[in-house]
Design a protein around this ligand. Structure first.
Ligand code: ATP
Length: 265
């Protein structure tokens, strides 16, 4: 268990993580934590290690050293499905929808503990399986309404626009009733109207459902509007953390961006 000094442990804590790729140190002793009920921003220049950190937290990569905790439980190197079962969901920079399934089916697939997954239930308890399927469908329709995609329920997910796919990703995480959602560049490729909708939804889920968010984003307008605190990563570790306005005005942050490939995000 993580040390907590009597206080409630953070929903996510990363301690001294290191990850090398063929001699390149992508994550270099990174430590940070995310407090429950926040929308925490994770920013930093290209190549700072943000996506790699997400992959380490969610079990897609194994760290060379260091630990990851959720609510004090050590989840270092657990496989992705085990991390998911601890209430941690993520989205990807490039949405990973099932293109040949409908939008509704994409959502229904995510619901946890489906009775129909077990052969014996289908055979011995068909009514229970059907009742649960109806329940999951209703939940999926509710989620679709929330993200304004009801009119696309029967559309193949592969035919959605880039922005709609981002909303579908958020909808998929909602189906899993997560405690912590890691969003990788939710606004990238999304038009202003959909981006506002996305921001509204994220804030609603935090406020009304108690979901915590850790959000990688290059769109500083969105970060400033939505995130508090903001963590800045540079060269594989945490450079600083603060209120959005503190981060924006910090000279070391500016320097990290100017030293990076593309200047300030
Ligand atoms: N699978 C991999 N194999 C080899 N190198 C990798 C791999 N994944 C990431 N890297 C390298 O690790 C470093 C950190 O990359 P990462 O994608 O985590 O940065 P980032 O902060 O998410 O960047 P961006 O904002 O551009 O998405 C980069 O130098 C990248 O080239």
């Amino acid at each position: 268990m993580s040390e907590t000094n009597g206080a409630r442990p953070p929903v996510l804590e990363v301690r001294d993580l290191v990850k090398d790729f063929d001699g390149l140190r992508a994550i270099d002793g990174c430590s940070l934590s995310v407090q429950e009920g926040t929308i925490t921003g994770l920013i930093g220049p290209n190549g700072a290690g943000k996506t790699t950190l997400f992959n380490l937290i969610t079990g897609y990569f194994k760290p060379d050293s260091g630990r990851v905790f959720t609510n004090g439980e050590d989840i270092t190197s657990l496989p992705p499905h085990a991390v998911f079962h601890r209430g941690i969901c993520r989205t990807f920079q490039i949405p990973r929808e099932h293109g040949t399934m409908t939008v509704l089916e994409n959502l229904m697939l995510v619901a946890p503990n489906q009775k129909g997954e077990h052969f014996w239930n289908c055979w011995l308890r068909p009514n229970a399986v059907r009742a649960q399927e109806r329940e999951i469908r209703d939940q999926a329709m509710e989620v679709l309404e929330f993200v304004n995609l009801t009119h696309l329920a029967t559309e193949y997910a592969g035919r959605l626009s880039g922005g709609q796919k981002k909303l579908l990703e958020l909808a998929r995480t909602m189906m899993a009733r997560p405690r912590l959602v890691l969003l990788d560049e939710p606004a990238a490729g999304v038009n202003k109207t959909l981006m506002n909708k996305l921001a509204e939804n994220i804030e609603f889920l935090r406020r009304e459902r108690g979901v915590t968010f850790l959000l990688i984003e290059h769109d500083m307008e969105l970060v400033m509007e939505l995130c508090d605190p903001v963590i800045v990563m540079s060269e594989g570790r945490r450079l600083m953390e603060g209120r959005p306005e503190e981060v924006r005005n910090d000279p070391t942050v500016l320097e990290a961006y100017l030293g990076g490939q593309y200047g300030a995000a």
